[in-house]
Write a protein that binds this ligand. Structure first.
Ligand SMILES: Nc1ncnc2c1ncn2[C@@H]1O[C@H](COP(=O)(O)OP(=O)(O)OP(=O)(O)O)[C@@H](O)[C@H]1O
Ligand SMILES: [Mg+2]
Length: 294
């Protein structure tokens, strides 16, 4: 299995590819996962018990499914937002950036299009640790997803009050709210079409136009006081771009093919699916040029 096949497995199933999936224990775990999936085939299985109301601006909340798994559900008005968040999570996973296991349903409910992510054992929000003694370390861990954020245009990766990234007990920093990736603004409504196929985020994330992201970049020492890129940022971005290149075999069409397969399972319209694919291809090429030679 080459890197592309592994990527395909990650993008088309709920299980990330890893070495354990080739062991007996791995096979058993995968079987359990399939049984688990069957148990929550229907939306009603997923929403068996409401545990808590929404903690963000979108309608939703925490639900306990019939399979015993707790999920954060969001009900989106626009199917492109559920599809975009699902694709975002799988692309992060594929490039080695932490994001929750998630799923969408092609049918609309009377409350909207469902996006469901499995609840992670969140110890803190990024905001709680950013000003602490380990702030720079957490900021750098978060920025391991910078190139991926630009690739998918995830404007709200940090969150208005640094509440869209959480810290797990093992210290990993996970992006849990990726509803502002691809076509949609985090709070709903479409992004201006002129911004979709460009990588303006490369500068905007470091600027006062995205103060939350800027604060993380400053804390990490990626930009100086005047917003200029530091040698650390240059090095890190180059290494993230190399990772993306090697995973795709240096070919954005391969990434587009994987994404296209995943989007077919969602409720996004054909026109919106094509827009998201175009974003990926165009942004990949621009990043490739911008980050420069290997
Ligand atoms: N998979 C998850 N695991 C743990 N906590 C989660 C998960 N998904 C969401 N949360 C928690 O719920 C909060 C709200 O979720 P989310 O940010 O996705 O909602 P939203 O309505 O899109 O928020 P916003 O107001 O930022 O648009 C998050 O800040 C986080 O604390
Ligand atoms: Mg949020």
């Amino acid at each position: 299995m080459d890197t592309l096949d592994l990527g395909l497995a990650a993008l088309t199933s709920d299980e990330a590819p890893n070495a354990s999936s080739r062991t007996v224990a791995g096979v058993l775990a995968m079987t359990a996962a399939v049984v688990g999936l069957a148990a929550v085939k229907w939306l009603s299985d997923l929403t068996a018990q409401r545990v808590a109301g929404p903690s963000g601006s979108n309608p939703g909340g925490v639900y306990l499914g019939k399979d015993g798994v707790k999920r954060y559900l969001k009900f989106y008005e626009d199917p492109a937002q559920a599809a975009g968040e699902q694709l975002a999570n799988r692309i992060y996973e594929w490039v080695g950036v932490d994001a929750p296991k998630s799923r969408t349903y092609p049918e609309a409910t009377d409350r909207g299009y469902v996006f469901a992510s499995e609840i992670l054992p969140c110890e803190h929000h990024l905001r709680d640790v950013l000003d602490g003694p380990e702030g720079a370390t957490y900021a750098r861990r978060f920025l391991d997803g910078f190139v991926a954020d630009v690739l998918i245009g995830n404007w709200d990766a940090v969150g208005l009050v640094h509440d869209n990234a959480v810290v797990l007990p093992d210290g990993r920093v996970v992006r849990v709210d990726n509803g502002g990736a691809f076509l949609m603004r985090a709070m709903g409504g479409r992004k201006p079409p002129g911004l979709l196929n460009d990588i303006t985020e490369y500068e905007v994330f470091a600027s006062s136009r995205n103060p939350s992201y800027q604060a993380v970049m400053r804390k990490a020492g990626w930009v100086d006081r005047s917003g200029r890129e530091t040698p650390l940022m240059k090095r890190e971005v180059a290494s993230q771009m190399d990772r993306l290149r090697s995973l795709t075999g240096d070919d954005p069409e391969r990434l587009a093919g994987l994404a296209s397969g995943l989007l077919k399972e969602t409720s996004a319209t054909a026109a919106d699916r094509a827009r998201m694919i175009e974003m990926l291809k165009s942004r990949y090429r621009l990043l490739d040029q911008r980050v420069g030679a290997r």
